[in-house]
Design a protein around this ligand. Structure first.
Ligand SMILES: Nc1ncnc2c1ncn2[C@@H]1O[C@H](COP(=O)(O)OP(=O)(O)OP(=O)(O)O)[C@@H](O)[C@H]1O
Length: 231
């Protein structure tokens, strides 16, 4: 029997942050987790328990206080402990391998919703056919109910509209790993269901997906859940 190697392995990860004065605050004492290709895992916990902090560790934006976060792409082209990747490999991890959906979305205000969602494609750094990728992006925006907002400048989008654009932008890279922080936080029920469906389809195509969320719709849709903090 062949065993599928995990895309992401968390080994006794202590989540928290360092104060500028050198002190530390521990948010999650020790977390073990593995995500294989195809997994959709939820991350639950009350507000302030450290979910976003963990997601930032996974995205390589901050180091865990201790423990190891190990990434391995399914094709083996990039592997190692995220906090110890070289600058070049960390850039490759974040640009090519990882789809990071954060709560701020950070779109380019003067570009349209469609151009923001396709910004990685226009950057010319993704493999595959550009027209096909553009068509996929357009179709996903339409599925998320943004068909009438494709040409709207991002600066004029609502929070929920921007959130959907940011999700499609992350998916457009076809990353091996998606970490999403409250991706349905500003969405109504039907848009949230469609967003979850897109994440599940992406996992079915071979990616691993981790979603931090308070949304019962997300709770109902994941394969398994990890809880941080106390109930
Ligand atoms: N670098 C930092 N400096 C100061 N405080 C921080 C830092 N990082 C996180 N915190 C604090 O740590 C706590 C946990 O934050 P975090 O955003 O990880 O929680 P969360 O579980 O994602 O919450 P929510 O569900 O409300 O999004 C909060 O009180 C936050 O203000």
């Amino acid at each position: 029997m062949s065993v599928i190697a995990p895309v992401l392995t968390l080994d006794r990860v202590q989540v928290g942050y360092r104060h500028p004065d050198g002190g530390t605050r521990v948010l999650v004492e020790s977390l073990d987790l593995t995500l294989a290709p195809g997994d959709v895992v939820g991350l639950w916990g009350r507000s302030g328990t450290g979910k976003s902090s963990l997601i930032r560790h996974l995205a390589g934006l901050s180091r865990p206080l201790s423990g190891r976060i190990i990434y391995r792409s399914p094709d083996g082209s990039l592997a190692g402990e995220v906090a110890d990747l070289s600058a070049g490999d960390l850039a490759r991890y974040r640009r090519v391998h990882l789809g990071y959906v954060d709560q701020s979305c950070e779109l380019i205000g003067e570009l349209s919703a469609l151009d923001n969602a396709g910004v990685w494609i226009h950057g010319g750094r993704l493999a595959g056919s550009v027209p096909e990728a553009q068509q996929t992006v357009r179709g996903q925006l339409e599925r998320l109910g943004l068909g009438h907002r494709l040409g709207a400048p991002a600066s004029r989008l609502s929070g929920g509209e921007a959130q959907r654009v940011a999700l499609v932008r992350a998916l457009s890279k076809r990353p091996h790993l998606i970490v999403a922080d409250e991706p349905t936080g500003h969405l109504d029920g039907s848009a949230a269901r469609e967003a979850i469906a897109l994440l599940r389809e992406h996992a079915a195509a071979g990616a691993a997906v981790l979603v931090a969320s308070h949304d019962p719709l997300v709770h109902a849709a994941v394969d398994r859940a990890v809880r941080v903090g106390e109930d």
